[in-house]
Write a protein that binds this ligand. Sequence first.
Ligand code: IVH
Length: 676
Amino acid sequence: MDTSLKKDALKEEARQLQKELTEHSHRYHVLDDPIISDGEYDRMMARLLEIETQNPKFCAADSPTKRVGAPPLDAFESAAHSIPMLSLDNAFKDDDVLSFHTRNIKNLEFEKIFYTVEPKLDGLAVELTYENGILVRATTRGDGINGEVITENVRTIKSIPLRLNKTQDVLPALLEVRGEVIIMHEDFERLNQTRLAKGEAPFANPRNAAAGSLRQLDSRVTATRPLTIFVYGVGKVTGMEFETQARMLSTLKAFGFPVNQHIQTHITIQEALTFYNRLAQIRADLEYEIDGMVIKVDRLDMQQALGEKIKSPRWSIAYKFPAMQETTTILDIIVQVGRTGTLTPVALLEPTNVGGVVVARATLHNADEIKRKDIRIGDKVLIMRAGDVIPKVVKVIESARKGDELPFEMPDTCPVCNSPVRRLEDEAAIKCINLTCRAQLTERIKHFVSKKGFDMDGLGKKIVDQLVNEGLISSFADLFTLDQERLSALDRQAKKSVSNMLKAIEGSKQISLPRFLFALGIDHTGENAARLLARQFETLETLMAADKESLENIHGMGEKTAASVMLFFANPKNRRILQQILDAGVTIQNDLFANLTPADHPLSGKTLVLTGTLTTLKRAEAKGQLESLGAKVTSSVSARTDFLVAGRDAGSKLEKAQALGVTVLDEAELVRMIHG
Ligand code: IVH
């Protein structure tokens, strides 16, 4: 072929790959609905990189290859915001919000004011500038007037579009989008675990981690951090107009930006107050940190009429939640042994109410952390609770020291089995390496039966302790051999719940592959890795037969995980236990609905609505199968709805169902009902 023709063909191939990869990345990171395998994605990306490396001119500003980071900067440039990025006035009680509303009525001389309310995300505000649909610059909020230019770092955030979706009729010539960069709790914990294992200081909270990651001079470092974003507003816009905050958000969503789903639009101030209480209730279950609810006048012409003060707008207010930090005293420090043998120091605290929950213990991570923070028994400390996460000690209040506080040393023997402990080279963790240590077995069983694993509801922590201590179980498989007779060894209290226990064990025997893999507690294999493995291999048998290379090739999976998965399945003892679990009647569902017939099924003739993110089944899959059982799946909740199935982060449909008294099922309950 003629070289220029060849170049044209390559250019076209690069353009096509850029387009397709952008779509797939959006499906994966924003819509949570990928349609190609990770392997396929990686192959396409590798091909694009190859073309672009040989022909740098083909590497467009919005090419997905730009997401890997660029060479480090010497310093950040500063840039003025075209419109200042203001902060918000705070409200702490309903009255503050009502005064805000009264003030708005007075200023606008208009009674009927509607609001849009959004979670107040606890991250870092950024501004993203799009010129003719392409991301050209990103800045931090800075002091509100000037921010730092962090374009390369922001390009590495996969949920941020590098190019606006063209589904909109018009592409604005200029669009400045504002949003909050955050880190999800699960990702934050994983990030800190990795840092702790490397002997690095963990981040105090997800917000600090997000801030630290965004302000990296080397964007290749940022690319390794699990940052994501929710957008909530705009700065300067030319070539497009919005009438309301609600319309603006739906347009941003259509452009491809993640917009939070716990948003209520066009509501009265009373409804806003009701929603605040709901949000406060679900706060601990959210996957990310929020510290309040932002109330915004919905109509943008009204926003403009109300105007701004120097630091904050008059048309918006932040209704804060109670603080998640409190001070208390460390009464003692104990050492717990986890399921991999790691010794973790835990502070026993003077019980204190932190944001509505009484906290009596906090993790101290490891010996290095105790030394770094100079934590002593008797110290007054600042503690913090974040979402579901275990409370932690932020810092010592040194000014409160009296001099009689006791320094703490980690023991050199395991507090459970007394065998000597070891600190592995390059690792901060001190471990009990006695594989038969009871603590490890107990913790492994607790993990196995936990909600995200086999979800054996009747088997609380105390019961597991007893089962192990009494020698009733010595492996996962033994759980399935428990019966009335064997359980008679339990104490009186536990005996009462025997039938619940047996029911829970029986009910857990149908399990999806990701949950099954999670339950096994393989090192470095949390929910995310379990899901990736299940998606890639589909059955336990295929996974068990996988070689190292195919494990390492999974997009998003670390080397450490691949290695420990290999090690786990190579161990004949583990294979034997797996076989025993299957022999006990556990079935791993690939298609959760296989082998079911509609006849006489309890769901036949029922009307269901599915909402929120389903984790074990895909929405479309669930719908198809429910229909094949004779059930009807509709999209809106009404009094005629029999069941609402609420997945993760279920929003307004759940509220409506609750208001109408419709029975709400979670995903596990749905699966159980389907199985009759
Ligand atoms: S609106 C002028 N909406 O809160 C309007 N801000 O205290 C100000 N924030 O700097 C921004 N979630 O970092 C808005 N849904 C939300 C928000 C939000 C979090 C942060 C943002 C801002 C700060 C203001």
